[in-house]
Design a protein. Structure first.
Length: 124
């Protein structure tokens, strides 16, 4: 399921990139193309800000993971944890890592969209 979620994220971002590319190439008037490019840039900036904010969230989750492991080791339960507790910590770590990878994928495609929009604005 993890690989499918990555593939879905890449596919959906690629479709967005293709839509932006085709839209900017088929708009003939320069003024209309600039308006579309600026609107896409605003959308991309909002989406990028959301992705960058999620890194702060993931960093806080990582700090909580480390704190839980440290506290459990301090009270002597580090090696004798019930399997349910170990599974919860492992699941949270895996979900955090998957979220970070998805945010990186989003940022990659948003950077490509940014370059495409700037190129279409600059060229006549």
């Amino acid at each position: 399921m993890l690989i499918l979620s990555y593939a879905y994220r890449v596919l959906s971002n690629f479709v967005f990139l293709a839509l932006v590319y085709l839209t900017l190439n088929f708009v003939e008037k320069y003024q209309h193309r600039v308006v579309v490019a600026v609107l896409v840039l605003i959308y991309a900036a909002m989406h990028a800000a959301s992705a960058l904010r999620s890194f702060n969230f993931f960093q806080r989750i990582e700090r909580l993971e480390l704190e839980v492991r440290r506290l459990l080791a301090a009270i002597g339960e580090g090696t004798n944890l019930p399997s349910a507790r170990k599974q919860i910590v492992t699941d949270v770590t895996a979900l955090r890592h998957a979220g970070e990878i998805k945010a990186y994928i989003d940022l990659l495609f948003l950077a490509i969209v940014l370059l495409l929009c700037i190129a279409k604005i600059v060229t006549n």
